[in-house]
Design a binder for this molecule. Structure first.
Ligand code: ADP
Ligand code: F6P
Length: 470
């Protein structure tokens, strides 16, 4: 029986009740709480001095092994190369890419150092599953230290088209490092295709597609496999949370403040990839073109700040404060604020209940690997009276949720029309769309995601060994 080792930069907080805002922490926590195992990564601490030490903590079947970063490593690896270079590039924001060679060296160095920290904790038959763009060189670093275990990688964010990736100066080193894993997982088929395109056209490798299961990649003198494994959630758990949360005081009080007005709900980290400026403007366009909605609909945008020590995030925050103030100034009445724009985290139960109480879920990222909020929104609905999901065609979730109203997030008029359609949609059509989407979410829940990936990582169905807790 193999033990599962999860490695990711962000680790779900150990002491609080639930995971941090962010799809990775939410998805991985759900997946790991059943199999048990170890979760290794950054503690979230930045040390002013001293040598970081691994902290081990047991919670149920999961051992959390976390370590702090010294300031220089945090700046170069996390703020620098991960979030000022890779994040914008992988989200198709070539205009925001910043590159500093020292940050790239720091990124590589921190990956090697983290790998060194993990090695003493490893056992021979552990299966290692590495997550996300912070840790692309991790398998190469483990291999250099003699680790022979199976190592898989899952990318939670999009994989960019080659022409965009080429803008990242060390693109070749990154793809070569990816080829040190045994299995690569992407959120969607288009992400997988973008990776294969780079392998064939830029790295002059080979891709062999299988009728069923992962493709075989031959590049950089390595053979590995790659496939799309769209991450899921537990829809029935969210539905239960939503029902319970709707009875809670906070949600009942909030509902009373609506005075029967319709509710449009959005929840995102405050990230420029989430398309919030365009989203606010499309809501404004709705109020412009359909005056009947003035004082008859409220839009709640919950957006906890993220990576707040980076310029691009300070800029988007300022821009949104300007836009929400401007739109509210134009349309607000003494008894009505059109946009309630809130910068804080809420318990999962409260968010789920707000989704359930709303008429439209408004999820319009400019690019997103999957977007779990879209899946949570659908799951939280009352099957007899569900809300409508308005969803960006550039969210990975749009590949699965065909019952949503799919929009292009830069088409302001198109989004305003979709909001109007959603707010006015007859119950029978809402129910039919909901049934279609909830069936899909149940079929591909988070344990299916985990099991499919681990089955392929361990070499196919027959050879699969069950995971044990510790
Ligand atoms: P990303 O990974 O880019 O943050 P996702 O939509 O995939 O985007 O995942 C975000 C996760 O974080 C979801 O599970 C969502 O419910 C949670 N989340 C987002 N905002 C908040 C918030 N204000 N309070 C609590 N959880 C949040
Ligand atoms: O799911 C995408 C993701 O980038 C995760 O990798 C990350 O943990 C999360 O969003 C939130 O970002 P951060 O960890 O920088 O707060």
């Amino acid at each position: 029986m193999s033990r599962l080792i999860i490695v990711s930069n962000r680790v779900a907080p150990i002491s609080e009740g639930g995971p941090a805002a962010g799809g990775l922490a939410v998805g991985v926590y759900d997946a790991l709480k059943e199999t048990g195992g170890m979760w290794f990564g950054w503690s979230g601490d930045v040390l002013a001095s001293g040598q970081p030490q691994i902290q081990l903590e047991e919670r149920g079947p999961v051992t959390f092994a976390t370590i702090g970063l010294v300031r220089r490593d945090y700046d170069q690896y996390y703020r620098g190369f991960s979030n000022a270079t890779l994040w914008p590039a992988f989200h198709y924001r070539a205009d925001l890419i910043q590159y500093d060679r020292h940050d790239f060296e720091g990124y590589w160095r921190v990956n090697e150092w983290l790998a060194q920290q993990l090695v003493p904790l490893l056992r021979e038959d552990d299966v290692i599953w590495v997550h996300d763009y912070h840790l692309i060189p991790f398998a190469q670093a483990l291999r250099a230290q003699g680790v022979k275990n199976r190592i898989g990688f899952f990318l939670h964010i999009p994989f960019p088209a080659s022409q965009v990736l080429l803008a990242v100066p060390p693109h070749r080193l990154l793809v070569e490092a990816l080829c040190s894993f045994d299995l690569l997982g992407f959120q969607t088929e288009p992400d997988l295709r973008a990776f294969c395109d780079y392998v064939v056209n830029e790295a002059h490798g080979e891709v062999e597609h299988a009728a069923k299961g992962p493709s075989t990649i031959r590049a950089f003198e390595r053979t590995l496999r790659a496939a799309a494994y769209p991450i899921g959630i537990y829809p029935d758990e969210i539905a239960q949370l939503a029902k319970a949360g709707a009875r809670g005081k906070l949600v009942r009080t909030m509902k009373a403040t609506l005075h029967e007005r319709k509710l449009i709900m959005s929840v995102d980290r405050l990230d420029y990839s989430k398309g919030l400026v365009e989203r606010f403007r499309a809501f404004e366009r709705l109020l412009d073109h359909a005056p009947a909605y003035r004082n008859n609909v409220s839009f709640v945008q919950i957006a906890p700040p993220t990576r707040a020590d980076m310029h691009a995030y300070q800029d988007i925050r300022l821009q949104l404060e300007g836009e929400s103030g401007r739109i509210n100034g134009r349309f607000a009445e003494l008894d009505w604020t059109p946009i309630r724009y809130i910068h804080r985290q809420y318990e999962r139960q409260v968010l789920a209940a707000l989704f359930r109480e709303s008429h439209v879920g408004y999820v319009t990222p400019l690019r997103d690997g999957m977007n779990l909020v879209a899946k949570e929104y659908v799951s939280a609905q009352d099957p007899d009276d569900p809300g409508v999901l308005v969803l960006s065609c550039f969210a990975g979730a749009a590949q699965e949720l065909e019952g949503a109203l799919i929009v292009n997030p830069i088409d302001i008029d198109g989004m305003a029309e979709a909001l109007a359609t959603g707010l006015a949609m007859p119950a029978a059509e809402r129910r039919a769309r909901y049934r279609d989407m909830i069936a899909q979410l149940r079929e591909n829940n988070v344990s299916v995601w985990r099991d499919n990936f681990l089955r392929d990582l361990q070499g196919g169905g027959e050879k699969r060994r069950a995971m044990r807790a510790k």
